[in-house]
Design a protein around this ligand. Structure first.
Ligand code: CMC
Length: 418
């Protein structure tokens, strides 16, 4: 039997050994329950140890398993990065080939799921369709022991393989068409574009989409990943883990912001309207979509890379006037909001890239989800490796104990005490 670690009572430091090369994280003092500190939004509160991703929000640096994001976006592929995130190391040539083949073999989804999707309202948001479809996978694949490595690998492969197929299927179904089957000769990103548009994609467009997937694949303990970890901590199945994370990603403060950015740029209309629009927005305390981040106090490194990818696309396929409005907005907003540490985040330029790729606006967040499944699954595995169910406390602000009253004895609401 392994020796129990020695509790570090006097220092208040977590007794579990930190991962090699990482900094030990101070944890709550033994008196935490006596005088709990409430931090809205859990800002600055560590909720796990993790070796998956590191953010330096002051210098604008992001690494996956120690590798700089810039290098991965330029040189890796989404499936290679997925392997790295989930299994911790870059794959060998054989491991990558096997993983790519496995994913390719599992891209198809059951006709039952496609038929179920045909019953969804065509006016429904694709994120809701994705959440329901992802959850439905749990109906098809039996729950087995979460410590069975075969089960874990199969679940990873299925989710990575099938989520893009389901996003593309809903897109065709809501247009009244039948979904088309994946093409085995196309790469992950190229096949997704093909299933969406029914056309063989341009290689540059496929490469840029693949890079976008790498950029969105992981980002430490953001809201949807936290959701995934909380759900995982109950030891439910991985399909429920991903479905809960999809629901969390959908909100406009998280993944949904990329859609809102284009709505905002539409509303501004032209470069000369940027300053008056921004002044009005700031005066009315409106949030500028695609700006600000809990972790970054400088420009999000993903926004830097996405802006470059957008320019590559414009150079090849023609300029987009909306990009001029966005750049002007960045210049003016950084001047006004930069002193508060508010700069463009990942969502600011991603919408412009997807728009140039011909992707409908309400599919921007589902594409974010396709990528982030990699990060959610990496956190699912990590959570299972050292699981304890998440069960934080609260500070109760309700009534003191009181007795139930019969209906006739109750004062009407708002009438005050009798
Ligand atoms: N525009 C204007 N002011 C802002 C913005 C913004 N986008 N973001 C933050 N602020 C201000 C905010 O008004 C507050 O000011 P004050 O202290 O004077 O009241 C201060 O900055 C702190 O804001 P907060 O909302 O408490 O910050 P947070 O860390 O809780 O929220 C955020 C982070 C990303 C939700 C927020 O910046 C925001 O709502 N941004 C717009 C939505 C957006 O772009 N979301 C995508 C986030 S990145 C991708 C992802 O995670 O999915």
């Amino acid at each position: 039997m392994a020796a129990e670690p020695t509790p570090a009572k006097k220092t208040g430091v977590d007794p579990s050994p930190p991962a090699p090369g990482s900094t030990p994280i101070p944890t709550a003092s033994p008196n935490a329950f006596a005088s709990p500190v409430f931090r809205p939004g859990l800002e600055g509160v560590p909720a796990t140890h993790s070796s998956i991703c590191d953010i330096d929000g002051l210098r604008g640096l992001l690494t996956y398993r120690g590798y700089p994001l810039e290098q991965l976006a330029n040189q890796s592929s989404f499936l290679e990065t997925t392997y790295l995130l989930i299994w911790g190391e870059l794959p060998t040539i054989f491991q990558l080939r096997d993983f790519e083949q496995e994913v390719q073999m599992h891209r198809r989804v059951s006709f039952r799921i496609r038929d179920m999707m045909k019953c969804f309202p065509a006016s429904g948001h694709p994120m809701d369709a994705l959440q329901a479809s992802a959850a439905s996978l749990g109906l098809f694949y039996s729950r087995r022991a979460l410590n069975d490595p075969q089960y874990v690998t199969e679940a990873v492969v299925r989710l990575i393989a099938k989520i893009p197929t389901m996003v593309a299927a809903f897109q065709l179904i809501r247009k009244g068409q039948d979904p088309i089957q994946p093409r085995d000769d196309l790469s992950y990103a190229a096949n997704f574009l093909y299933m969406l548009t029914e056309r063989e994609p341009d290689p540059l467009a496929a490469r840029i989409l693949d890079a976008c997937l790498i950029l969105h694949a992981e980002h430490s303990l953001n809201a949807s990943t936290f959701s995934a970890r909380v759900t995982a901590s109950t030891l439910t199945d991985p399909y429920a883990v991903v479905a809960s994370a999809v629901g969390t990603l959908a909100g406009p403060l998280h993944g949904g912001a990329n859609e809102d950015v284009l709505d905002m740029l539409d509303q501004i209309g032209s470069e000369d309207q940027v300053e008056p629009w921004l002044d009005r927005a700031i005066a009315s305390k409106q949030k500028i979509m695609g700006f600000g981040h809990r972790e970054y106090k400088v420009k999000d490194p993903r926004a830097v890379i996405l802006q470059r990818l957008a320019e590559d696309l414009f150079n090849r396929f023609g300029h987009d006037q909306m990009y001029d409005v966005a750049r002007r907005l960045e210049a003016v907003a950084v001047d006004r909001l930069g002193p508060k540490g508010i700069y463009p985040n990942v969502d600011f330029y991603s919408g412009l890239v997807y728009r140039k790729l011909g992707i409908p606006r309400d599919l921007f967040t589902p594409i974010f989800a396709i990528a982030r499944v990699a990060g959610w699954l990496a956190h699912w595995r990590e959570q299972l490796g050292a699981n304890r169910i998440y069960r934080p406390s609260q500070i109760y602000t309700g009534s003191s104990p009181r007795d139930w009253q019969p209906l006739e004895a109750r004062a009407p609401i708002g009438a005050g005490a009798a």
